[in-house]
Design a protein around this ligand. Sequence first.
Ligand code: ZN
Length: 281
Amino acid sequence: MRYIDHHAHMVSRTTDDYQQMALTGCVAVTEPAFWAGWDRSAADGFEDYFRQLTEFEPNRAAQYRIQHYAWMAMNPKESENRELSRKVIERIPKFLGRPTVLGIGEIGLNRVTRNEVATYTEQVELALEHRQLILIHTPHLEDKLKGTRISIDVLRKYSKIQPGRVLVDHAEEHTIEMILEHGYWAGLTLYPNTKVSPQRAADIIEQFGAERICIAGACDWGPSDPIAVPRFIAEMRRRRHPDALIHRIVFENPVQFLSQSPKFKVRADVVNEIAPATVAR
Ligand SMILES: [Zn+2]
């Protein structure tokens, strides 16, 4: 089954992973800017990273017939450094016009500090100013509930924000309701050990339905699984959910959200190939 992974940190992945994703049906990935696992020393380091995301990585992905898009941001972890954040944010606008950049992300909170909230708020305003889609990271473990709530509170202060143009990611059982009820999209990122498993994601779909929910593998530099989405597909099939429903979640939903950026276009051969499945629904 063809799928799109809307949250994949491919810069920390090998070509074997691209190959595995291509072999399991991945046709497109979108890669949010994030923390590299270590703090960068200067804004130049971020600029090089943004160039990697917009110049090098799309070509690497194309060798496996995977389309690659990116999001620009100062990530939540390094957002704590206000001085560095201001310098990085100044450099973001010049990347927003690039052909594969879909919006601002992943922005949000890590430890839910005053500095992080300030940097996050500035980037929400940046997205509004440049009419960009927004991808939000929510904190992990004990900070998730509070962090998700505060992230949403900030968004709700801006009446100009259209909730349907915002995806709040790393949702879990206890946060998905507050994300969906305000009209935002919710992302479930699947991990082998921590966070949401393919089984829990299937439970969540059974409980909350498929509307405005996207599934991703995250694939970052830590323990993570580049083919987590196919594992979710397998779990849904094991539970005898129809392929049309699964296709909607792993393909049509991300297309619907991402296509709000005029730059996002699924390759014509992929559209033609999956057309029968879409018609069958
Ligand atoms: Zn991420």
